[in-house]
Design a protein around this ligand. Structure first.
Ligand code: KE4
Length: 427
C-alpha cells in the first residue's frame, strides 16, 4: 500500500487542526505510522486518499452497523435534506424515533436526544445527581463515557480508588466526586458504597466494555451492580452508546436481563450522523427541563437529518428478523477462524467477543479488566494492525478498542481477512 496522499494530507491537516485530527484516536498514536485519510466508504469497504481499498472493521466506531452508505438510508437522508437541514423547533420525526426506541427498549418511558455520546453520558450523570440529591458517582477503570470533565479521571492511589484528574483542565473539585473501581470487581464497588454512604448518586457502566478492548461482565457483575444500587438508593446507568441496538434491539438490558435506571445511546441510533440520547422511566426523566429543574439543552438536538438516518437504520434492523443472528454469526466465525490461525502460529492470545463486538489481545489468556488489557502485548497488536492495514484490512488503530462488525461483512470479506492473517509474521 502507498500512503503518499494520506501523508501529504496529514502534514497539511497538522498545521490547522490540533494533532491533525478531530478526535485523538484517529491519529494512530498508539499503533504508530501515518493516519490514513479516507475519502469514501460503501458497504464493507472504505477507500483512502491514495485509492487503497480496505475491509472496514471500525464502521465509524459503531454507527455503520448496516455497512457504509446503505442505499435506503442514503435515499432517506437525501429526501429529508430537501425539507431543510435543521429547524430548531420540535418536529414529528423526533417523536417517531423516540416512540420506536421507547417501545422497544425495556424500562424506559422517555428519551432525550443530544448530539454525541459524551453529551448523553454527562447529562445522565447530571440527571442522576439532580434526582438523588447526591454528588458522587462510580465509574470503572477502562470504561469511557466521553470527554466531559467528571469522566476524565484516573485511578487514585491505593485502595481509596478516589479519582485524580487524568487530563489538565479537570479540577480536583470535579475529580473528588468521581469514584473508581475495577471492572468486574464487585467487592471494590461494595467498599465504595461503604465508605461513601448516602453520597453516591449512580454507577455508570459499559455493560459490555469496548474502550479497553472488548471486555465482558463476569460472575453476574451487572446483576450485582443492580442489587448494590437498590440497596444504596443509587441509580444504575447503562452506557449503551456502543451496545445500544448493536447487542440486540433491546440492548444490554435485554441480553443480560438487567434493568438499568438510565440508558445512554449514540452511534447506531444516528446511522452515522451526529447523535446521542439518554432515556429512563418517567419518575426520573420528569426531572429534566423544561418539565423539571435539571437543565440540559442543545441547538442541534433531534436534528432532522440525524433522526431520519437513525430511524431508517433502526427500521431496517427491526424488519430483518435475522439481522442480529447474521452479524453475530459473522463475528463468531471471525473469532473461531482467527483463533485457529493464531494457535497454528503458536501465538498466545485471547479473543473477547459479545454479539458483533470483539477484540484480540496478544500474549495473555484472559482479559477481565483494564489492568489485564494493559498487560497484553500491545506492540504485537500494533505489528498485527499494520500488517493487516498493508493488506487492505482496517482494524481499530489501538489494542484498547473493539472491532465493530457490520452486516455488510460477508463470506468474501471473512475469507480475505483470514487469508491476510494466515500470512501474519512476527519476530
Ligand atoms: P462520543 O462523544 O464520542 O459520541 O461518545 C462518547 C462515548 C460514550 N460511551 C461509550 C461507551 C463510547 O464508546 C463513546 C465513544 N467511543 C469512542 C470509541 N472508543 C469514539 C471514538 C473517538 O473517540 O473518536
Amino acid at each position: 500500500m502507498l500512503y503518499q496522499r494520506s501523508s501529504a494530507l496529514f502534514d497539511e491537516a497538522y498545521k490547522h487542526i490540533p494533532g491533525g485530527v478531530n478526535s485523538p484516536v484517529r491519529a494512530f498514536k498508539s499503533v504508530g505510522g501515518v493516519p490514513i485519510f479516507m475519502k469514501s466508504a460503501k458497504g464493507a469497504y472504505m477507500t483512502d486518499a491514495d485509492d487503497n481499498v480496505y475491509i472496514d472493521y471500525i464502521n465509524s466506531w459503531g454507527p455503520a452497523i448496516l455497512g457504509h452508505t446503505h442505499p435506503e438510508v442514503l435515499e432517506a437522508i437525501k429526501k429529508q435534506a430537501e425539507k431543510g437541514f435543521s429547524y430548531g423547533t420540535p418536529s414529528e420525526l423526533e417523536t417517531e424515533i423516540a416512540k420506536l426506541i421507547v417501545e422497544n427498549v425495556p424500562n424506559i418511558d422517555q428519551i432525550r436526544m443530544v448530539s454525541s455520546g459524551t453529551e448523553a453520558c454527562m447529562s445522565a450523570i447530571r440527571l442522576a445527581r439532580g434526582f438523588t440529591g447526591r454528588d458522587k458517582f462510580i465509574k470503572f477503570e477502562g470504561c469511557y463515557h466521553g470527554h466531559s470533565d467528571s469522566f476524565l479521571i484516573k485511578a487514585g492511589s491505593g485502595a481509596a480508588t478516589f479519582g485524580n484528574p487524568n487530563s489538565p483542565g479537570v479540577t480536583a473539585g470535579t475529580a473528588k466526586d468521581t469514584l473508581l473501581a475495577r471492572y468486574n470487581d464487585i467487592e471494590q464497588v461494595k467498599d465504595l458504597f461503604r465508605h461513601n454512604q448516602g453520597e453516591i448518586a449512580a454507577i455508570i457502566v459499559e455493560p459490555v466494555a469496548g474502550n479497553m478492548g472488548c471486555v465482558l461482565p463476569e460472575n453476574n457483575f451487572l446483576q450485582n451492580l443492580r442489587k448494590l444500587c437498590d440497596e444504596n438508593g443509587a441509580l444504575l446507568i447503562f452506557d449503551e452508546v456502543m451496545t445500544g441496538f448493536r447487542l440486540g434491539f433491546g440492548g444490554a438490558q435485554e441480553v443480560y436481563n438487567v434493568k438499568a435506571d438510565l440508558v445512554t445511546y449514540g452511534k447506531v441510533i444516528g446511522g452515522g450522523l451526529p447523535v446521542g440520547a439518554f432515556a429512563g422511566r418517567n419518575e426520573i426523566m420528569n426531572h429534566l427541563a423544561p418539565k423539571g429543574a435539571v437543565y440540559q439543552a442543545g441547538t442541534l438536538s433531534g436534528n432532522p437529518l440525524a433522526m431520519r438516518a437513525g430511524l431508517t437504520t433502526l427500521e431496517l434492523i427491526r424488519k430483518d428478523g435475522n439481522f442480529y443472528k447474521n452479524i453475530n454469526k459473522t463475528t463468531e466465525t471471525l473469532d473461531f477462524e482467527i483463533g485457529k490461525i493464531l494457535n497454528s502460529k503458536n501465538i498466545e492470545h485471547r479473543i473477547n467477543r459479545k454479539g458483533s463486538m470483539m477484540s484480540i489481545f496478544f500474549h495473555i489468556n484472559a482479559v477481565s479488566n483494564f489492568e489485564e488489557a494493559a498487560n497484553a502485548n500491545h506492540s504485537l497488536f500494533n505489528n498485527f494492525f499494520h500488517q493487516l492495514l498493508a493488506n487492505g484490512i482496517y482494524l481499530p488503530p489501538s489494542g484498547y478498542e473493539t472491532w465493530f462488525i457490520s452486516d455488510a461483512i460477508k463470506e468474501k470479506e471473512i475469507d480475505r481477512t483470514l487469508e491476510v492473517i494466515r500470512k501474519f509474521e512476527y519476530s
